[in-house]
Ligand binder design. Sequence first.
Ligand SMILES: [Cu+2]
Length: 199
Amino acid sequence: MASNKLFMLAIVVVFLPAMAAATEYVVGDGSGWTTGFDYQAWAKDKVFYLGDKLVFRYPKGYHNVFRVNSTAFKNCDIPSENIAFTSGSDTIVLKTPGRKWYICGVANHCSSYGQKLAIFVQYPNGWAPAPAPSAPLVPATPAELWAPAPAPWTPVTPSVPATPALPWAPAPWTPVTPSVPATPPEPWAPTPATTCNTS
Ligand SMILES: [Cu+2]
């Protein structure tokens, strides 16, 4: 029963960030989408995830919203009017990761009054660990390759306990090989790992 609870807790912990990530941001908060507002400062301390929403609020007809590329954002190039959001409460769902740019296309609101917003959309926390498990698997392979190496030494060392000629050789090796087979691969692990990466 306890393990079931732990399992459920693990599921919640893993998926909660992804679910909680669906945040709705009113651009400019109480100021809304307007002229003379520093939208870069507004966005600076926020982290936008896939599935989040941007809501542009403004008096209908006074402003609009264009999704543009970086060049149009920089130069305040206004695209053709028919692709503008004009409802006065425009919700844009962030469906793709990466950098996104939005500008107002009314008069010179973008060029003269800074009515422009650039954000970066990233994957939710819950999705990030996906590529991680592949990394620990790589060092495991060289350890396996090195495991057979100490094996041939084990029968040799106990068979020659009476040999005083090599007191230094068997003494350290006999206890090391059977009891701690994982120890020798560790210092060697980085070497095969780098060769794997380069190849
Ligand atoms: Cu405007």
